[in-house]
Design a protein around this ligand. Sequence first.
Ligand code: AMP
Ligand code: MN
Ligand code: MN
Ligand code: MN
Length: 278
Amino acid sequence: MRLVYDLHTHTTASDGELSPKALVIKAKANGVDVLAITDHDTTEGIAEAENEACKQNIRLLPGIELSVSWMDKNFHIVGLGIDPDNRELQASLIETEELRQQRAIMIGKKLEKIGVTNAYFEAKGLAGTHTLTRSHFARVLINQGFAKDSREVFKNYLVNNKPGFVKTNWLEMASGIKLIKDSGGEAILAHPMRYNITASWLRRFLVAFKEAGGVGIEVVTGSSNADEIKTTAAYAKRFELSGSAGSDFHGFDNTWVKLGQLAAMPESVTPVWERWEG
Ligand code: AMP
Ligand code: MN
Ligand code: MN
Ligand code: MN
């Protein structure tokens, strides 16, 4: 029997809507057999999720989604099967948190200039002690009537050349991959079609990613269409990368992304789970 995998999800530990416990319960209800929790630059949700996964009899992979930079561009690397207690990893996450904090203050100042009230403190209030992301600023913009949904926010604000954009240099891509590997995990390129870069830059990236120890690429995501799955499957084959499947479920207003309900992995791709299931 084929198992159902969802290897990219978010909880309230970063910018997801559901608590780790609620996410595990929902995954079980949706028929997921193997779930990875991959919050942005934090492992805070994993202990609670592991606890619930035990009760629900669902397999949980401790994961993370690292923000990294390469050649002045930003990418997301999913780490699957990491040890959340790894010291170097946690030390690096503290540095990223500091970068996020500084960026958030700058985003807040820029948004106040266009009339958003108290942007930084409102976003910080929504994030609480959890990872403070642009999604939290998106919610502030929606609440104050600057946009109707997050799609509109990320078209008109918080992105390059738009109000509220702040350029950030995250951890170097190769260092991020090393941290994932050294903490026992596998490094996967998240949502390869969502970087707004040319195909030739993506190919250059994949060469460097592989050289640095990356082993997989998300072939099936919650927002992939058939063409995108074909394209990413071809990348997996060409660069000899395993294929991963993850919804990138956050909850919220992008209701078309369903937890654990993903298109099938193309036959031409070696699934990443063969690496741990043989
Ligand atoms: P950050 O890591 O703080 O830069 O925030 C990135 C997060 O913003 C992503 O993980 C998404 O949750 C959200 N995001 C980015 N672009 C979009 C988009 N076009 N539509 C909806 N959410 C987006
Ligand atoms: Mn997010
Ligand atoms: Mn991402
Ligand atoms: Mn994600």
